[in-house]
Design a protein around this ligand. Structure first.
Ligand code: NAD
Ligand code: TYD
Length: 339
């Protein structure tokens, strides 16, 4: 079994490669990644020299390059994590989101059609469903919830999802889609809420909470997401969408306070800043389908997962300090300088 994992030098893709190498040591894993600002080759150092692993630096929009890789590797499956993934960046510059997230997905699926594939899996997001109101805790996203996006990021992911389903219906491509809630864990790029707050707190810098901090996200430990995708690849029904989430809704402000407490830092570091444009209020997944059909349940409780994550950032300072000492500084100044 050969699996091409796109975006495997990023947060979830790398965790997925580690999971698959352990769970299926007889599989060949080929990581296809452009190494954008979010991709980090050092993350893959532990597997780089494994005989059943290959890294290919490639843009998923590069049709010729992608076709060449398919000719060389004859993949049985493709799992597409490659994406521009940060909502704030999509608000600043939507174009690359449409290119990578939609057109890149098309190139990958064209390659799958041309060379044949057992499964094309699209890693999507609960953000395609838009948001839920804070005063309706009884509402959850199911797979039947209408697509209703808010940001250029979520719109580009929704566009890709629709294209994936169209390739299934029109060309019979054997696809599956997973729509997961917010992940956290090791190797999370420090532009996102949890690693940004950990890094800032450790550096005694202000902790920039958007708006009032009451927005709710449904947090899932990254390993649980990887296990869910593994299950979908092997047992999921072709043509189906599976929501992934752990009923772990938390307000942003509470997450930041937990991080302060765990690191022994004062809550006075918390600074309320101008809200994100179009900021989604609440995400909450109903994971009944994946539980009933595939038996998936999240294994890591938030209290344990956040401690493990914080410990990882304490133990791996070089990984994130290298990132935040580079180009990231310009990004940070632009996004937070006058906020
Ligand atoms: P990330 O930003 O950490 O990593 C993205 C990876 O994709 C990077 O390695 C980057 O170099 C690569 N990439 C970007 N453009 C590329 C291109 N044109 N060609 C090849 N590689 C390219 O993202 P992540 O948080 O690991 O998210 C992975 C996937 O999971 C995304 O599709 C995202 O939409 C989805 N997702 C993320 C979350 C989350 O909480 N992070 C939740 C649900 C779904
Ligand atoms: P983020 O990690 O960017 O994920 P997403 O927007 O895809 O859910 O943000 C999570 C939440 O945290 C979101 O409500 C925005 C908020 N947030 C802040 O309050 N401050 C920050 O500096 C960042 C990056 C996010």
């Amino acid at each position: 079994m050969t699996i091409i994992v796109t975006g495997g030098a990023g947060f979830i893709g790398a965790n997925f490669i580690f999971h698959m190498m352990k769970a299926h040591p007889d599989y060949r894993l080929v990581c296809l990644d452009k190494l954008t600002y979010a991709g980090n080759l050092s993350t893959l150092a532990p597997v780089m020299d494994e005989p059943n692993f290959r890294f290919a630096k490639l843009d998923i929009c590069d049709r010729e390059g992608v076709y060449r890789l398919f000719e060389e590797e004859h993949p049985d499956m493709v799992v597409n994590f490659a994406a521009e993934s940060h909502v704030d960046r999509s608000i600043e510059n939507p174009e690359v989101f449409l290119q990578t997230n939609i057109l890149g997905t098309q190139v990958l699926m064209d390659a799958c059609r041309r060379y044949g594939i057992q499964r094309y899996h699209q890693v999507s997001t609960d953000e395609v469903y838009g948001d839920l109101p804070l005063d309706r805790p009884d509402l959850f996203f199911t797979e039947e919830t209408p697509i209703h996006t808010s940001s250029p990021y979520s719109s580009s992911k929704a566009g890709a999802d629709l294209l994936v389903l169209a390739y299934h219906r029109t060309y019979g491509l054997p696809v599956t889609i997973s729509r997961c809630s917010n992940n956290y864990g090791p190797y999370h790029f420090p532009e996102k809420l949890i690693p940004l707050m950990i890094a800032n707190a450790l550096n005694d810098k202000p902790l920039p909470v958007y708006g009032t901090g009451e927005n709710v996200r449904d947090w899932l430990y990254v390993e649980d997401h990887c296990k869910a995708i593994d299950l979908i690849l092997h047992k999921g029904r072709v043509g189906e969408v599976y929501n992934i989430g752990g009923h772990n809704e938390m307000r942003n402000i509470d997450i930041v306070k937990i991080i302060c407490k765990a690191l022994g830092k004062p809550e006075s570091l918390i600074t309320f800043v101008t809200d994100r444009k179009g900021h989604d209020m609440r995400y909450a997944i109903d994971p009944t389908k994946i539980h009933n059909e595939l038996g998936w349940l999240p294994e890591t409780k938030f209290a344990d997962g956040i401690q493990k994550t914080i410990q990882w950032y304490l133990d791996n300072k070089a990984w994130w300090q290298t990132i935040i000492s580079g180009e990231y500084q310009n990004y940070y100044e632009k996004m937070y300088g006058n906020r």
